[in-house]
Structures are given as C-alpha cells and as structure tokens.
Write a protein that binds this ligand. Structure first.
Ligand code: ATP
Length: 350
C-alpha cells in the first residue's frame, strides 16, 4: 500500500476554479478524510486521484510513482486504485461472489474472493443477489470488491450516505477495521464532520480549493486554525477576549490557550467547545441557566454569564441536568483557542 502525495493540484471547470493548488500527503496505511462543504470539490479531487479527470496543473504520486500530471496521465485501470462509491453501486444482476470476482484474473480468483469476503464478514452470503442484502452489507461488498485486486490506494466517496444513522456508525467502524486489517491507504471524502473525526487517522479540511488544515482528528478539532474551521468541525463557543501574562482573559475567566501565545493585551477571539464548559459549584464564573435541551446522552444548557450577560451553550453530562432558572458556576476544562485580531463571526464554510 502506498503513500499518496498530491502537490499543487488545480482544476477549473470553465471559469469556476474548483481546486486551487491543493496539497495533500497521506502516509502509507493511513485513512485520510477530506472534509468539506457540499460543492467544495471533494468528488473532483477523488476523480482526479482515480484518473477519471485530468487536473489542469499539479501532480499526483502514489508510492513515489508519478501517476498524474499535465504530461503524464496513467489511465484509471492502471492506477491500482480501488473505489467505494456512494451507495455501493453493485452490479444488480450479479451475485455477491461475482460482484467481487468481477475483473479479477482467473488465477487465484476464488481464493481472493473468499479472502476479501471473509475480511468484511460476508463469506456466507456469496450466493445472494445485491437486493437481498441490507444497505450496510451492500457497502461491505463494495469495499470487498474495491480491495479484491489489492489496490495501492482505496478511495471512498461518501460511502455511508445512504445508511440510516444507527447503521452508519456501525458500518463506519467495520470499514475502518477492514481497511486497517488490509493495511490499506485510503482517502474518504465526506461533508460529515462526525464521520471524518470518528473514522479517519487524519482529517484534511478542503475549503476555497485547497486543504486549509490537516492533522489528527483530535488536533484539528481542539486546535482549529481559525474560527471558520472551528465552526465547521463542530459546535463552538465564541467570545471576545484578550491576552494577559500568557493567558487569555474573557467572560469565562482567565484561561489557558493553545500555542497561539501573543503579546500581552492583544485583543482577539476565544473559541472553545460547548463540552469544555463544566458546572462546578466550587469554581468558575457565576451564570444562570436560561434553557435546557435534553439530548438523551447529554443536555445542552444555555447559560447567561452573570457578569456580562453573554449567553453560551454548554454541553453537560451532569445528571440530573440543572433546572431552568437555577444559578450555577461554570468553568472551562482544558485549553481554548485564541485568534488575535479582528473578531471573525463564526460560520460554516463553503
Ligand atoms: N464536469 C463538470 N463540469 C462543470 N462543473 C463541474 C463538473 N464537475 C463538478 N463541477 C462543479 O465543481 C464544483 C465541485 O463539485 P464536486 O462534485 O467536486 O463537489 P463536492 O464537494 O463533491 O460536492 P458534494 O458534496 O455536493 O458531492 C461544483 O460547483 C460543481 O458544480
């Protein structure tokens, strides 16, 4: 399995620039999630990686071999890339076994089909037709089919979209385990931040035609590069603040910030996650509970900070949840992000 290196990839359709000098490196055996809003160019990137589309500029290398550039275009069938499309796209008239066997060399075929069906836990269903499978099983067959020819890279195009939410988490975990067992290098494109954060070894955020931030799910979530990125990765609490003696001062108190250490008295924006807000009768700033929203595994409480009247959302695991109207104290667990300069409104990305 290979290391994927994409350099300065650009692609326009007419006057629309979709990819703009995009760089991405996926280490051997890792699964990278390319996360971006609808229409940001995720499928275009996958199609270029697969060789279905040619880039206007830039290079694609797999395991040190140049497979795509303006001068050199290795055709899709020679790239050793497996693709798991949205909704499986199995051949409806072929059995599971024949779907996986399709296109494999005759020699060793039966053994390879058995191996990959075993890998996805479906070796007993080889005689079934696709319509006799659940959505999750169909996606596992699609994965087996993609892995059967021993591809150097597996591309997954929003492969869990058609599954209902309960099944999605389960199939996601299974697919991840199968890719790991196969030692496969993978690129998963998705607009679903939870999917990206929970499934991948690295998350690469695609915005404005290029990767604006890449890193482990934990790093990109806890240390987003800007307010917009923070908002795209999950819910945020955004407050005005300023630096003071290596700390950040804001309506939630004096807080520790990630490395964004700035000179004292620098104004900026403080960003943290609602789950970092903890009710603690012994410390923190006073607040009043304005509203609560029961969400099963946790409760989102809207808190009005007593000193300034600013309202923030806290995701609480406290049981029972606090009463609306009650007076509490709230403190911040862990470090926050601080972005010096003009306050940027939180928004989702395009
Ligand atoms: N063949 C094409 N001709 C013209 N425009 C195209 C073509 N393919 C894609 N586009 C445009 O390029 C942009 C990116 O499309 P793409 O399908 O790559 O986005 P995406 O991030 O995969 O979106 P989604 O999440 O909605 O599937 C869109 O504006 C789309 O309309």
């Amino acid at each position: 399995m290979s290391t994927l290196v994409v350099r300065e990839l650009s692609k326009s359709f007419g006057r629309t620039t979709v990819l703009d000098r995009l760089d991405l490196t996926v280490p051997r055996g890792a699964l990278a999630a390319v996360l971006g809003a609808s229409g940001c160019g995720k499928t275009t990137l996958l199609r270029i990686l697969a060789g279905f589309e040619r880039a206007d500029a830039g290079t694609v290398e797999a395991d040190g071999h140049l497979i795509g550039s303006r001068q050199r275009h290795v055709p899709p069938e020679k790239r050793r890339i497996g693709i798991v499309p949205q909704e499986g796209a199995l051949f409806p008239h072929l059995t599971v076994w024949n779907n996986v066997a399709f296109g494999l060399p005759r020699r060793g075929r039966a053994q390879r089909v058995r191996e990959v069906l075993d890998l996805v836990g479906l070796v007993d269903l080889g005689r079934r037709m696709p319509h006799e499978l659940s959505g999750g099983q169909q996606q596992r067959v699609a994965l087996a089919r993609a892995l059967a020819p021993n591809p150097s890279l597996v591309l997954l195009d929003e492969p869990f979209n058609a599954l209902d939410p309960g099944l999605r988490a389960e199939v996601r975990a299974e697919v991840r385990a199968v890719l790991r067992d196969a030692g496969a290098t993978g690129v998963l494109v998705t607009h679903d931040q939870e999917e990206a954060l929970s499934t991948a070894d690295m998350v690469a955020l695609l915005r404005g035609g290029h990767i604006v931030q890449a890193g482990t799910p934990r790093d990109v979530y806890t240390q987003p590069r800007d307010v917009t990125t923070a908002g795209f990765l999950g819910e945020t609490v955004v407050l005005d603040g300023k630096t003071e003696d290596g700390r950040v001062v804001c309506p939630l108190g004096i807080l520790r910030a990630h490395s964004n250490g700035e000179a004292t008295n620098c104004p900026g924006t403080v960003v943290l996650r609602p789950e970092q807000l903890v009710l603690d009768p012994d410390s923190g700033v006073p607040a009043q509970v304005k509203d609560t929203q029961f969400q099963g595994h946790d409760t989102v409480a809207r808190l009005c900070l007593a000193e300034c009247g600013t309202e923030v959302n806290a995701r609480l695991h406290a049981y029972p949840p606090p009463e609306v109207g009650s007076r509490v104290r709230v403190r911040v667990a862990g470090e926050v992000s601080f972005f010096p300069g003009t306050v940027e409104p939180p928004s989702t990305v395009g």
